[in-house]
Design a protein around this ligand. Structure first.
Ligand code: NAP
Length: 275
């Protein structure tokens, strides 16, 4: 399901039936009943994060999708007699962990400064956890920072080519990326294995923002913006995805690095190396 023709076109692939609809529309609960009839597993991956995610109100619709949207999909999945429910979540809701490894037992960041992102994420996960696993086998996948074609990495490339920084700070903070196709592969593993009542981090090897910017700039053939970069650093997020590897049998298969050099468009070859 997606609202826009662009969103629907991205989903339209052989074997996929796409449905135009808005999860937050007043008639969505009624529509979902019919749409989900016969569904075995329901996946909630809807989000509406704008390109300028620092703008006022930028997270409002996404917050609603995480709360009302989750309530609606859980209710509809239950009513349809689905076996499973997968909730896409995010590792970036963890608090600043410095150089410490963060596993799934780490509580969501309670800092008021990050409430617009983290409060709805905590509420969303609590809604899912409140469901009896014997009734609906739920699983929460906390995805790393999506990289690859069509992700925020396009914006990173654009900014570095313009000589602008990507994030604030001195570059020492960690981030935990995942190639978006590896995230999708993990989603498939979760749908197939349905480990009820489980939460997983899903990220490739974490790295420091400084190392990421330096290597991406080198691949693009541009100088990295001088450090420190203006603005506060994002919370350091060094996640372990050991549980996803063990329980879901997931391993990242794709490199997070674009292959293009110099002025050419970067691309991510299909036969990608392991990260
Ligand atoms: N981007 C990241 O780095 C990242 C990292 C970790 C986890 N995640 C999570 O991964 C999931 C997908 O994120 P993404 O970045 O891949 O997002 P995306 O590319 O923007 O995809 C979101 C999808 O949701 C649809 N959608 C938005 N509002 C909707 C609504 N009201 N009703 C029905 N469909 C709606 C969008 O289509 P329309 O706009 O056409 O409706 C689009 O197909 C989200 O749960 C997100 O929190 C993202």
């Amino acid at each position: 399901m997606a609202r826009s023709s662009a969103g629907l076109a991205l989903l339209a692939r052989p074997g996929i039936e796409v449905v135009a609809g808005d999860l937050l529309a007043p008639d969505a609960p009624d529509r979902l009943q019919g749409l989900l009839a016969g569904a075995e597993v329901v996946v909630h991956a809807a989000t509406a994060i704008p390109r300028n995610d620092a703008a006022p109100g930028a997270w409002d619709t996404t917050a609603r999708l995480r709360t009302e949207g989750t309530q609606r999909l859980l209710a509809a999945a239950s009513a349809a007699g689905a076996r499973g429910y997968i909730q896409q979540s995010i590792v970036t809701a963890y608090p600043d962990g410095g150089d410490r490894w963060l596993d799934e037992s780490t509580p969501i960041d309670p800092a008021p400064a990050r409430a617009s992102i983290c409060v709805p994420v905590a509420a969303m996960e609590a809604l899912v956890r409140a469901v009896d696993v014997a009734h609906l086998r739920w699983c929460i996948l906390r995805g790393g920072f999506f990289l690859g074609p069509g992700t925020f990495q396009d914006l990173h490339v654009e900014r570095l080519r313009a000589g602008r920084p990507i994030v604030g700070g001195d570059g020492r903070a960690f981030f935990s990326p995942v190639h978006v196709a590896d995230m999708a592969a993990d989603m498939v593993a979760a749908v197939e294995r349905l480990p009820g009542g489980a939460t997983f981090n899903v990220a490739a090897t974490p790295l420091r923002w400084g190392a990421y910017v330096a290597r991406l700039a080198r691949l693009l053939g541009v100088p990295p913006p001088p450090r420190p970069w203006p603005g506060p650093p994002s919370p350091s997020c060094r996640c372990t995805s050991a549980a996803a590897r063990t329980v879901l049998g997931w391993t990242p298969q794709r490199t997070i690095w674009p292959a293009g050099q110099g002025g050419g468009s970067p691309h991510w070859p299909l036969e990608e190396r392991r990260t």
